[in-house]
Design a protein around this ligand. Structure first.
Ligand SMILES: [Zn+2]
Length: 350
């Protein structure tokens, strides 16, 4: 009863904050007179029955829920039917996404921000805007109207889905929702290459840095003003700048290295390391882990030159790759271990 009295008013108009507070006060006072008010007594009314209260909902409760509405809209996608329960401005409606974000200037000319799609279809987008529009806003309005006209509306009620926050069995995944809200939920194209590999963790971490050109090649040290431009050349050849791309795919030695393995480094880059295909050399024998092994060894060879002035020959580098592959074998799963023999064959016959 106490909950239902203000419901009609709340369904038809937005209550001012002072009215909400006053209504809550009246509802409390109905149960708890001022004379016998004890500290914390007001909260007992609003606590759930399991928590020792009466389970009356504070009107503030609805305001707290309303604050979650933008997040809920951001996480859901609507299959628009009649459009009566879909917000025209704030739901993911257009191919571009949310109209208020895709057309921010147009949105600033909206009369009401809570208009529904049904309303927009009935009276037209122009009728949802203030009378006077600038030239640019008028153009946006025409574009949105054309988009609305080109969309197909199913003859059914609106359906709200959570395709971006779905757990494997179809349930809502709070973890996915958190990720989506925090970082946008975009998936990196190299994540499987980097993190599903059976390579040792430090090698995977090195390759992660490498794909972003954040290993300490001399161009990075130059950027950090640790070296001067005259000192930033490749330690192995006469290239003017030592970069991650040069280290892995550009230096004459590494070109020779990849060619000996039967691979062509032409056009490859560290940013798309995951697309560098080693299967012409090793077939299906974990080609991505093989690429990681080679990159790791090329980095080690470079450091040998920088710190010990020891330029390993191609034969020695291939031998080091074989030694590493032998060590990696023990951390591989049993069914992956035969792949290491394929690697050893390729590295030996080269
Ligand atoms: Zn070089």
């Amino acid at each position: 009863m106490l909950d239902s009295i203000p419901t009609y008013a709340m369904a038809t108009m937005r209550l001012p904050p002072a009215v909400v507070v006053a209504l809550d006060k009246l509802r409390r006072a109905f149960l708890w007179s001022v004379a016998d008010r004890a500290p914390g007594a007001q909260y007992r009314v609003f606590r759930s029955k399991a928590e020792g209260g009466l389970g009356v909902r504070a009107l503030e409760h609805w305001r707290a829920l309303r604050k979650l509405l933008p997040i809920y809209r951001g996480l859901t996608r609507v299959h628009v039917g009649g459009g009566a329960t879909t917000s025209f401005w704030h739901d993911w409606l257009l191919p571009y996404g949310v109209p208020s974000a895709a057309f921010p200037t147009l949105f600033t000319h909206a009369v009401r921000s809570e208009d529904t799609v049904a309303c927009a279809r009935q009276v037209g987008v122009r009728a949802l805007l203030v009378p006077r529009l600038t030239h640019l806003v008028a153009r946006d309005c025409v574009e949105v109207q054309e988009l609305m006209a080109s969309m197909v509306w199913a003859p059914r009620a609106d359906a709200r889905l959570t395709p971006l926050c779905r757990a494997p069995k179809g349930a809502f995944s709070a973890r996915a929702a958190y990720r989506l809200a925090r970082f946008g939920g975009t998936k990196a194209s190299n994540s499987v290459f980097l993190w599903s590999s059976p390579a040792p963790s430090r090698v995977k971490f090195f390759c992660w840095l490498l794909t972003m050109a954040r290993v300490h090649t001399r161009d990075v040290l130059l950027r950090k003003t640790i070296l001067t431009a005259a000192e930033a050349g490749c330690p192995c050849c006469h290239a003017a700048l030592d970069t991650a791309d040069h280290l892995i795919f550009g230096c004459p030695f590494v070109v020779c290295f990849w060619t000996r393995l039967g691979l062509s480094p032409a056009g490859a880059s560290v940013a798309s390391l995951h697309q560098f295909d080693a299967s012409p050399a090793v077939g299906v024998a974990l080609p991505s882990a093989f690429v990681m092994l080679c990159c790791w060894r090329l980095w080690k060879r470079r450091n040998e030159i920088v710190f010990r002035n020891n330029a390993q020959s191609l034969v020695t580098t291939l031998k080091c790759c074989r030694d590493d592959a032998d060590l990696w074998r023990v951390r591989f799963q049993h069914d992956q271990r035969p792949h290491v023999d394929v690697w050893l064959g390729v590295l030996a016959s080269s």
